[in-house]
Design a protein around this ligand. Structure first.
Ligand code: THU
Length: 160
């Protein structure tokens, strides 16, 4: 038996103002697009903004459904739209902000497991890392230099 240790390095910023202006701007888009969330069931609004290498920003929010599993997270709404709109562009940075309508969300909220898998697909496709910044409604911001950092032991197409 051999023990394998997995290590992830993240950067934690005290607040949005500590980050470069370009990241603040992308996160501001993510915060604004939270308002377009359709979340009558969870009352939890998530916004995702993706900066593409062609300079365009694609944003999306979570969309829920009375048949709960039919809903979609903000990250996948945004990333599927980004690749549908600009199939030849690369995704450079994704900014995420989440906010509950019923309580204070002041800690960084990372993407769920299903969204990590979806983002990973595009990181592998483009063979360049996607930086992920995530926060709650306020407070600390976490940066991951790539999606792979957030999803060790990734399932990818090399095994198919
Ligand atoms: N949600 C996201 O949009 N992204 C995540 O990474 C986690 C959860 C949404 C899905 C659902 O509309 C609500 O938040 C509560 O789970």
């Amino acid at each position: 038996m051999k023990e394998v240790k997995l290590e992830t390095v993240l950067e934690v910023y005290e607040n949005l103002q500590e980050l470069p202006e370009s990241i603040q701007a992308l996160m501001t888009t993510a915060i604004e697009v939270r308002n377009s969330a359709y979340s009558p069931y969870s009352k939890f609004n998530v916004g995702a903004a993706i900066l593409m290498d062609n300079g365009e920003v694609v944003a999306g929010s979570n969309q829920e459904n009375a048949s709960y599993p039919s809903g979609l997270c903000a990250e996948r709404t945004a990333i599927y739209y980004a690749n549908a709109k600009y199939p030849n562009a690369k995704m450079q940075i994704m900014a995420l902000s989440a906010s509950s309508q019923t309580k204070v969300t002041d800690k960084p909220i990372p993407p769920c497991g299903a969204c990590r898998q979806a983002i990973a697909e595009y990181e592998i496709k483009q063979n360049e890392p996607i930086q992920i910044y995530f926060m709650g409604a306020q407070g600390k911001v976490v940066k991951s230099a790539s999606l792979a950092n957030l999803l060790p032991l990734i399932f990818d197409n090399s095994v198919l």
